[in-house]
Design a protein around this ligand. Structure first.
Ligand code: SER
Length: 892
């Protein structure tokens, strides 16, 4: 039997032998196409090669491309499980020529592949060509020997579309095509292409060869491409079916093995009454697993919501099979066995896929029963065949987590539909209420405009965990607070797009900066913020004009983002190191992750000791050197906490949280402590801890009561800081004429010396003053009698006011009984002090003496005790008069 895996490798190796580069499938989330939700054909990753915008070092390629058609324009979800060929996930085999070969080679390649390599009998095949494409018809005749009745010309459809003219979308590369059909024989109903019965099951298209020769523009015009190219797409599941003697894709080896895994796990018959459920499960297992492997996570918006819808649809079918416990995650190993070799990303993400499916199913099971009961109750009250009211479908959506298509799927089995207008009206009403509640919170009025944008375009899809460049479509432009059609050079503008790699400021991480480029202009983004789920790119148009609706290339400033990432991951390590060093009371109180530094505020009552700081710094660096992978998962807040995740105190978390783990701690502190740091976090992080480079603590300070603040540097900034410190030390060493290592001892010795000198100077000054001032060293000042009291008065230079009390005391003890008045001339100004020995304070007060002197010295006041008082004035030249005034007081 030709297995599906055989067919894939036969196809790729045939084209490899014929000079084609075997290129890996691109991820399901297209990076280069803003209008597309998921890759839906092989040519998506080559779009820019056809138009000549991009060139690569090969001009022939072949791929097996992962495709998802669910959500958006090509939505096959509703039919999956009920038909033989609808899938949400499928693989497209293709060969491509970028300006290399054209029709006359593409057709022979295809014919040889189909008839010789795959061995499909020639007489079972027929082809279609575009109605005016005589050239293609001639080549078919010549190469395949097909008669005219087996070369069917197909033209434009009455609705303006065309069957044999392929366009990737309203714009982009396009051209006429030729399709190969397989006739499954008379036992199936149906007619050849172009006939009224063409939609039957007999004639099945297996391969589409597109002759890319035009580019289509928005205004309906087309241009000839410089180079003529080839894009082909073969549905591997259909080819496998016919080679395995069936026309049911679900009967092929790969799909069958998944169906049997589903039947085994539920102990049910794969072909019994639950047949449809198994088919839905097999298909949805593929799309959900591949989407998860490509980084899409279930959410309530955008791609994540499409994933959630598929998951929940599968889960309802598992429930209908009677599965009591979550089922989907148990089927993942069967899928990895089948497809893991061709798509290694599946094996790499296996644990994540299983965990996410299990979580989603466990949670959904909690409301599924009650939701289905509500649905039954509603239906019981409805007349035969009536639609389910929109309000009921909305309640199922809002309260029980039933996506609309899940409700529709459940009703389909009962031959009923949903009043979708009513559902939309209920949804609009809820949004209006949310908005009214929001306006009541008094946030800035200009945010209102973003609620309009969110209503019209939905939330922005954030791609920035996986990529720093992507394409997006401009959903809205805001200039001066109002929506604008376009913004010209020099305009400050706020830009919203359907998707973006720019991180919007939150959780302490600053917003990204970078460039937004369209065909007509360039805008420089200086910050990114988030309002109402819309990412607001704050920008200035620096070239040309940017317009609403335009496709744009988005480029995050890579260097800056790398620095922010390093700081954010280092903050997580720092948090854990602080808990280790100080205790479990350490909880985050705030943080800043900027490109140039990080700041972390945490609860702790006192300053960190030097050894605590160095222990923390050392531990963070130890985990940086460990260079372990940083792991990100989505889970419920409760599961995250049970796992030991650090959450922000008082923060409100949604149904799901992102959990970022890093570091392996071999000496774990608790049951779940094998992983060093586990935090709830929506930020962007390094891939491995080693990417942080280095970590340097700048110090710790008080932020507010009971909260400490640490600032630190990482990577290049940390090294630059160390270099700078080193440079300063070198300068000090040079000034001291010492080695850097001797600097501390030398500085200590200098300080000791300085202290000794200071003491010596003070003593010398005292000696000098006692002897009557500069120039009279050695002579003792003498007291004279005034009013029967020994009175010693001196004017001193070279001493300061604060030296006077000690001098007064010394004179007093020498005199034993008497009055002392000292005036220090401190460069024009004067300080004065008076002292009276204890036996005389009854007769005269030092305060009165000082006041009299101060008045003469041009000062005011003066004060102290009766035995000692001080004061000062601006005029030292009047010192003699001041002495005279004091003498007069003494004279009484
Ligand atoms: N782009 C064409 C298709 O999707 C051929 O690959 O059918």
């Amino acid at each position: 039997m030709r297995t599906l895996n055989d067919i894939r490798s036969t196809f790729l190796s045939y084209f490899a032998r014929n000079g084609h580069e075997v290129v890996d499938s691109s991820p399901l989330v297209p990076r280069n196409d803003p209008t597309l939700m998921f890759a839906n054909s092989g040519m998506v990753q080559f779009k820019n090669l056809f138009t000549g915008v991009e060139t690569r070092d090969y001009s022939r390629a072949t791929t097996a491309q992962k495709c998802v058609r669910a959500g958006g324009k090509h939505n096959d979800l509703d039919n999956v499980g009920y038909t033989a060929r609808h899938h949400t996930f499928f693989e497209m085999l293709g060969n491509f020529s970028f300006g290399d070969y054209f029709k006359s080679d593409a057709i022979p390649f295809a014919w040889e592949m189909v008839t010789r390599e795959l061995g499909i009998p020639k007489d079972k095949l027929l082809v279609t060509v575009y109605k005016s494409d005589d050239e293609a018809a001639e080549i078919w005749k010549k190469v395949a020997g097909l008669t005219d009745d087996r070369i069917i010309r197909i033209g434009d459809k009455p609705d303006g579309g065309s069957d044999n003219f392929w366009q990737m979308g309203p714009t982009g590369p396009c051209g006429p095509c030729t399709e190969i059909f397989y006739d499954h024989g008379e036992k199936f109903w149906g007619g050849p292409p172009g006939s009224p019965e063409e939609d039957g099951d007999r004639f099945i298209e297996i391969w589409n060869l597109v002759f890319m020769q035009f580019e289509q523009f928005e205004d309906g015009s087309r241009r000839d491409l410089e180079a003529q190219s080839i894009d082909t797409g073969m549905g591997i599941e259909r080819v496998a079916a016919l080679l395995q003697g069936t026309n049911d894709n679900y009967a092929t080896d790969l799909m069958r093995s998944l169906i049997e895994a589903s039947a085994d796990a539920t102990s049910t018959d794969p072909d019994g009454p639950g047949k449809t459920h198994h088919r839905v499960i097999a298909d949805h297992l593929r799309s959900t697993s591949f989407l998860l492997a490509d980084g899409v996570m279930p959410s309530n918006d955008g791609r994540g919501y499409v994933l959630r819808r598929i998951m929940r649809r599968a889960m309802r079918h598992a429930h209908l099979l009677g599965a009591k416990d979550p089922l989907m995650h148990r089927l993942v190993p069967a899928l990895v066995r089948q497809m893991g070799a061709a798509y290694p990303e599946l094996g790499r993400a296996q644990a994540l896929i299983e965990e996410t499916l299990k979580l989603e199913e466990t949670r959904f099971k909690q409301t599924l029963d009650r939701g289905l009961k509500l649905l039954d109750d509603e239906l019981a009250d409805l007349p035969e065949g009536a639609e389910l009211p929109g309000a009921a479908a909305f309640k199922l959506y809002d309260t029980y987590g039933f996506p609309l298509d899940l409700t529709q799927d459940a009703l389909r089995e009962k031959g009923r539909a949903v009043d979708t207008d009513g559902f939309d009206a209920a949804m609009a009403e809820q949004k209006a209420k949310a908005r009214a509640a929001w306006s009541g919170t008094g946030e800035a009025a200009d945010a209102a405009v973003w609620y309009d944008v969110a209503d019209a375009h939905g939330a922005t899809d954030f791609l920035g965990y996986d990529t720093e460049t992507a394409e997006g479509q401009i959903a809205a432009l805001i200039v001066d607070g109002a929506q604008a059609e376009q913004a010209g050079e020099g305009t400050s503008v706020q830009i919203a797009l359907n998707q973006t790699p720019f991180y919007a400021e939150s959780g302490g991480q600053v917003g990204d900066t970078g460039l937004i480029r369209t065909e007509t202009g360039l805008a420089r983004v200086s910050d990114t913020k988030k309002t109402a789920g819309v990412f607001v790119h704050i920008a200035e148009v620096t070239e040309g004009t940017v317009s609403q609706g335009q496709a744009a290339t988005l480029e995050v400033d890579h260097t800056r983002r790398s620095m922010i990432r390093a700081n954010h991951s280092a903050t997580h390590l720092l948090h854990e190191a602080l808990r280790g060093a100080l205790g479990d009371h350490v909880a985050q109180r705030g943080s800043l992750n900027a490109p140039d530094r990080l700041r972390f505020d945490f609860s702790h009552g006192k300053a960190l000791a030097a050894d605590e700081l160095s222990r923390v710094e050392g531990e963070v660096n130890q985990f940086i050197r460990q260079n372990s992978a940083v792991d990100t998962r989505i889970m419920t807040p409760d599961d995250a906490r049970a796992m030991g995740a650090q959450a922000l105190f008082g923060e409100k978390y949604g149904d799901e949280v992102r959990v970022v783990s890093m570091g392996q701690a071999p000496t774990g502190k608790g049951a779940n402590k094998q992983t060093y740091s586990i935090e709830l976090c929506g930020g962007t992080h390094v891939a491995r801890t080693g990417d942080i480079g280095a970590f340097v603590l700048l110090g710790d300070s008080a932020s507010s009561a009971g909260v400490r603040r640490i600032e630190a540097l990482t990577g290049q900034a940390a090294l630059a800081h160390l270099r700078d410190q080193d440079q300063r030390l070198g300068d000090v060493a040079a000034a001291l004429k010492a080695q850097p290592s001797d600097v501390p001892a030398r500085v200590r010795a200098l300080l000791d010396e300085r202290k000794a000198l200071a003491n010596e100077v003070a003593q010398l000054r005292r000696d000098l003053a006692m002897s009557g001032g500069a120039g009279k060293a050695g002579e003792e000042a003498a007291a004279r009698e005034v009013n029967g009291v020994p009175f010693l008065a001196q004017v001193l230079s070279g001493v300061s006011g604060k030296d006077l009390p000690a001098l007064i005391d010394e004179h007093k003890s020498r005199l034993e009984s008497g009055v002392v008045l000292l005036i220090a001339d401190t460069g024009g100004k004067a300080a004065v002090a008076a002292g009276v020995t204890g036996d005389l304070t009854g007769r005269v007060s030092a305060v009165d003496l000082v006041r009299a002197a101060v008045a003469e010295l041009g000062g005011k006041g003066g004060g102290g005790r009766p035995d000692m008082a001080q004061g000062g004035g601006a005029d030292a030249a009047n010192a003699e008069a001041a002495i005279k005034a004091a003498e007069t007081v003494l004279e009484g």
